[in-house]
Ligand binder design. Structure first.
Ligand code: MG
Length: 170
């Protein structure tokens, strides 16, 4: 049986991951609306990944005999004020999510819940990658975003991203 506080945090994380999917879908819609279909594609796939993360937390709770409680998902709150501003919102959000994952890890560690710590190891690593990806997008937009030809090429590149399921199998 898992610790009550750990279960509560894992259950909250289900909601946070679905919120992330919702937020990135909002980003995706914004970029498609702006004619930046490659950026739209990038964030549409990002939204799919976040939904996968939510499912992994659900499966983990279920495999440990816990009941999952689905809560209401908030309306995406980021101000979509420009192509670069949205990328920055994405970076801030990933840093926030890293903090959430670390807080669950901390709770699991404090009750010697090694199983949950091992489950979360994948997410700790994943968050490192997500932050790097988000930072790179901001950096590259700063370098190329003001030049239409370069922006076109960057958009094309992001348009080639394809979805692949997460590497974590429970
Ligand atoms: Mg996630």
């Amino acid at each position: 049986m898992l610790d009550k506080k750990v279960v509560e945090l894992l259950n909250q994380q289900v909601n946070k991951e679905f919120y992330s999917a919702y937020l990135y879908l909002d980003f995706s819609n914004y970029y498609y609306d702006q004619g930046l279909d490659g950026f739209g594609n990038w964030y549409k796939i990002q939204a799919q990944e976040e939904r996968d993360h939510a499912m992994l937390f659900i499966e983990y709770l279920q495999k440990n005999g816990e009941r999952v409680s689905l809560e209401a998902i908030d309306r995406p709150s980021a101000a979509l004020t420009g192509a670069k501003a949205v990328l920055n919102e994405g970076l801030q959000h990933e840093r926030y999510v890293t903090g959430l994952i670390h807080a669950i890890y901390d709770a699991a560690h404090s009750v010697k819940d090694f199983r949950t710590m091992q489950f979360l190891d994948w997410f700790v690593k994943e968050q490192g990658e997500e932050e790097t990806n988000a930072e790179n997008l901001v950096k590259r937009f700063e370098l190329f975003g003001d030049d239409p030809k370069s922006l076109y090429m960057l958009d094309n590149e992001l348009g080639s991203r394809t979805y692949s399921a997460p590497s974590l199998v429970l």
